[in-house]
Design a binder for this molecule. Structure first.
Ligand code: G3H
Length: 195
């Protein structure tokens, strides 16, 4: 059975600064993760000639995939992080301070809350449909390097988790979630490559 390996990009400079959205490059720790991920993928997928690496169109996922060679890479806009609209580039403390009503409505219903001029989790789930169809068609392993909100939705689909849980599923940095679909259902392993 073919595995699907899900991972967030290595830590970005915006992660370090506590800012959401943006298109920043990796931090030093993020660079180290990209190398560890490369070693892991090269070992795990050594004999898998048809495997592929899927990223978003944002720098932090493309840079995380950069050291991995020998597999085709595909960029999907549908794997880009949730669009936080007018809040792009802000920190949560800043949103709370400057836009308290927005902060409050998101807290009340994170699944349905749509950032002004941006997206909701439900929007993200909807735009992932073509990615899911393509993933299910694959015969070979796929490494998906994407973002927290997007991976919550993808993971929930494969692990059969209810919609309402999606915005709070834990998808830590620097960890690979391996999903295997077999006759006996879905099996999951997590590999934490760094603290
Ligand atoms: O930048 C966006 C975050 O990865 C999504 O996290 O939906 O828990 O605010 P959140």
């Amino acid at each position: 059975p073919r595995p699907i390996l899900l991972t967030r990009h290595g830590e970005s400079q915006d992660n370090v600064r506590g800012r959401i959205g943006g298109d920043s490059v990796l931090s030093e720790a993020g660079e180290i993760y990209s190398k560890k991920l490369t070693n892991f993928v090269e070992k795990r997928l050594k004999s898998e000639k048809k495997a592929s690496i899927w990223t978003s169109t944002l720098q932090r996922t493309i840079l995380t995939a950069t050291p991995i060679v020998g597999f085709p890479k595909i960029q999907w806009r549908a794997l880009d992080e949730i669009n936080s609209g007018v809040c792009d580039g802000m920190g949560y403390d800043e949103i709370k301070r400057n836009m308290p009503e927005e902060y409050e409505s998101r807290n009340k219903d994170k699944l349905r809350y749509r950032y002004p001029r941006g997206e909701s989790y439900l929007d993200v789930i909807q735009r992932l449909e073509p990615v899911i169809i393509e993933l299910e068609r694959q015969r070979a392993p796929v490494v998906v390097i994407s973002h927290q909100a997007v991976l919550r939705a993808l993971y929930a689909y494969f692990a059969d988790r209810p919609l309402k849980e999606i915005p709070s599923i834990e998808v830590p940095l620097h960890t690979i979630i391996e999903i295997q679909m077999g006759v006996a259902g879905v099996q999951e392993k997590r590999y934490k490559l760094m603290d």
